[in-house]
Design a protein around this ligand. Structure first.
Ligand SMILES: *[C@@H]1O[C@H](CO)[C@@H](O)[C@H](O)[C@H]1NC(C)=O
Ligand SMILES: *[C@@H]1O[C@H](CO)[C@@H](O)[C@H](O)[C@H]1NC(C)=O
Ligand SMILES: *[C@@H]1O[C@H](CO)[C@@H](O)[C@H](O)[C@H]1NC(C)=O
Ligand SMILES: *[C@H]1O[C@@H](CO)[C@H](O)[C@@H](O)[C@@H]1NC(C)=O
Ligand SMILES: CC(=O)N[C@H]1CO[C@H](CO)[C@@H](O)[C@@H]1O
Length: 309
């Protein structure tokens, strides 16, 4: 009996942990901001082709429109342009979930979704090899927040859970040490300044800067203004850093072919400004890190996906 109620209590505790940080009431946000765990572990596991991997996702543009934009065309000259890169589905959320698990895991909508604790993601593979990781989401109110957050002054959608690749995984949200690595841009700037950025990063700008609620021009301007100084910053673009800037999906009328450019110090000078027409998609993100660090696989679409190198 005692054992049964203990079990019941620990199950309840698990379920609560997975939703503990969803309230958007200002008092709850202030309390969690003051107490939520934030972690910035680092590591230096040497990979085959790169030692740091940074993924940056923008929102909802076809390849043809994006490559015609002067800021995105400029960034393409600074790296390798992947001219046959595809989103995996519509709408947004399963593209992000797929970037972390190499499968949509049955998610077909932007609705609040939860995947069973047994569902693995790339984080399980990275941790098994001691490779540090972190997710940086602009305007998330504090590390580990699990809900959606509006701009407190204007009421506009700002940070959204559907654009966070890991929040749907209970294997992340049930673990406070993992939640503590899902951070905002305040923490990105702090980790950058302290030279505490991890080896694997996933970065989502807010609903304005991603282009979701603004325009391609706004997202492209943000991208160039944000990424170009980072490429000149030794705390970011350390030896053999690989950055991919891409879009979660194209417009629903297109083929889901999206802009994707590889940047950073991992790109040999001779390859800058070149194109590569191998077929890739978001499952290639997981495959590429698996190949680079000999991580094994998740047994999902990572098996058949092409790696970037
Ligand atoms: C970002 O997260 C940190 C850590 O939880 C928190 O202290 C800070 O207030 C947050 N920044 C913003 C702008 O919400
Ligand atoms: C997104 O961030 C920018 C600053 O980078 C800010 O100007 C803008 O208001 C933010 N968007 C929302 C919806 O709060
Ligand atoms: C940078 O990477 C190259 C191999 O790509 C290696 O030879 C060199 O030692 C590295 N330098 C540092 C400072 O890690
Ligand atoms: C893209 O092209 C294929 C086929 O030639 C190569 O095998 C890859 O190494 C190459 N990848 C990059 C990033 O250029
Ligand atoms: C070829 C190569 O550099 N392989 C390395 C990839 O990453 C693992 C860590 O998981 C190293 O042990 C390998 O040496």
């Amino acid at each position: 009996m005692a054992r049964l109620s203990l079990l019941f209590l620990s199950l309840l505790g698990g379920a609560a942990a997975q939703l503990q940080y969803t309230s958007t009431a200002s008092s709850a946000v202030a309390a969690a901001r003051a107490t939520a765990l934030t972690l910035s572990p680092t590591s230096n596991v040497v990979g085959k082709t790169f030692d740091r991997f940074v993924q940056i996702f923008l929102e909802n543009q076809d390849y043809s429109a994006a490559i015609a934009n002067s800021n995105l065309a400029y960034l393409a000259t600074q790296g390798i342009s992947l001219t046959q890169y595809y989103g995996v589905t519509h709408p947004s959320q399963p593209n992000y979930v797929g970037a972390a698990g190499a499968t949509r895991n049955g998610i077909t909508t932007n609705d609040f979704s939860r995947l069973a604790t047994s569902v693995k993601s790339v984080v399980d593979l990275l941790e098994a090899k001691g490779i540090s990781w972190g997710v940086y989401q602009e305007d998330m109110p504090y590390s580990g927040f699990e809900g959606n957050y509006k701009n407190q002054a204007t009421g506009a959608d700002d940070y959204v859970r559907k654009h966070n690749p890991l929040m749907s995984y209970d294997s992340v949200t049930s673990d406070v040490n993992r939640l503590a690595k899902c951070k905002n841009f305040t923490m990105f700037n702090r980790d950058l300044a302290n030279n505490k950025l991890p080896q694997w990063m996933f970065i989502t700008p807010n609903m304005t800067n991603s282009g979701h609620d603004s325009s391609l021009a706004a997202a492209a301007t943000w991208s160039n203004n944000w990424i170009t100084p980072l490429l000149a910053n030794p705390n970011f673009n350390i030896n053999r850093t690989l950055v991919i800037l891409t879009f979660d999906e194209g417009t629903t009328t297109g083929t889901n072919r999206v802009y994707a450019v590889l940047l950073g110090s991992a790109i040999p000078t001779a390859k800058k400004g070149t194109t590569n027409s191998t077929t890739y998609n978001h499952y290639s993100l997981v495959k590429t890190v698996e190949v680079n660090w000999s991580l094994g696989n998740l047994g999902t679409n990572d098996i058949s996906a092409n790696a970037f190198f």
